[in-house]
Ligand binder design. Sequence first.
Ligand SMILES: Nc1ncnc2c1ncn2[C@@H]1O[C@H](COP(=O)(O)OP(=O)(O)OP(=O)(O)O)[C@@H](O)[C@H]1O
Length: 246
Amino acid sequence: MCQDQQIGVNMLRIQNFSKSYKNGKKAVDNLSLEVQAGDIYGFIGHNGAGKTTTLRAVVGVLDFEEGEIEIDGISIQKDALYCKKQTAYIPDNPDLYEHLTGIQYLNFIADMYEVTKAEREQLIEKYASAFEILSNLGDLIFSYSHGMRQKLAIISAFIHKPKLLVLDEPFVGLDPKASHTLKCFMAELCKDGSAIFFSTHVLEVAEKLCNKIAIIKGGKLIISGDTETVKGNHSLEDVFMDLIEK
Ligand SMILES: Nc1ncnc2c1ncn2[C@@H]1O[C@H](COP(=O)(O)OP(=O)(O)OP(=O)(O)O)[C@@H](O)[C@H]1O
């Protein structure tokens, strides 16, 4: 069902978020940004800039003391369960249950998110066919290649139609066809009223796919907004290099 009427509603609001690790390292410093329904929001920055730290705080797997994070208008500090139900997260190196088969894993996730039997069957068929792992779903995850694991994690996220999809380096390990398929499904999800916030080092992908971009450097957000505004008449790579080297 098309939910275009939701486009523009805040799905993620990060306000003055800071995170220091126990060793005293301030990984993120006073970061604020908003991701709205319909947005494909790219989060870019050099190695160690603070992207994963931010993403992990957003999805509730990393505690933080400073700032506020709201998902679909609800504070994750106040109602973490509600927020987690609206969200799917694919880390940069998904840790899947190796002793399950692919289909057992997908059913486990579908059960957790209360996806009906009819709907899960239809969506698993759709996504697993598109990612060409339908015939592998009966095999143990233990036997999957890195790319197949990545595809399974992606399918598990899409089958419960999250309002907010958070991805950390989702294109790493995917072959060109699977990357293309993922981009199409990301666009489809956002057209249906969800929002995507993802980190990437692939600036060409960010430039083409994202309607919004944020650049983080040394834990501080240095620019964010509409892709066209962020890049002006330049390529995103030129803008990135310029900002990072300043
Ligand atoms: N568990 C941790 N304990 C201490 N410091 C950490 C921890 N995790 C990350 N850091 C530090 O926080 C900073 C930000 O790391 P983070 O993983 O968020 O960066 P990133 O932008 O995702 O980098 P990359 O592009 O390399 O994945 C880095 O200086 C890193 O060393």
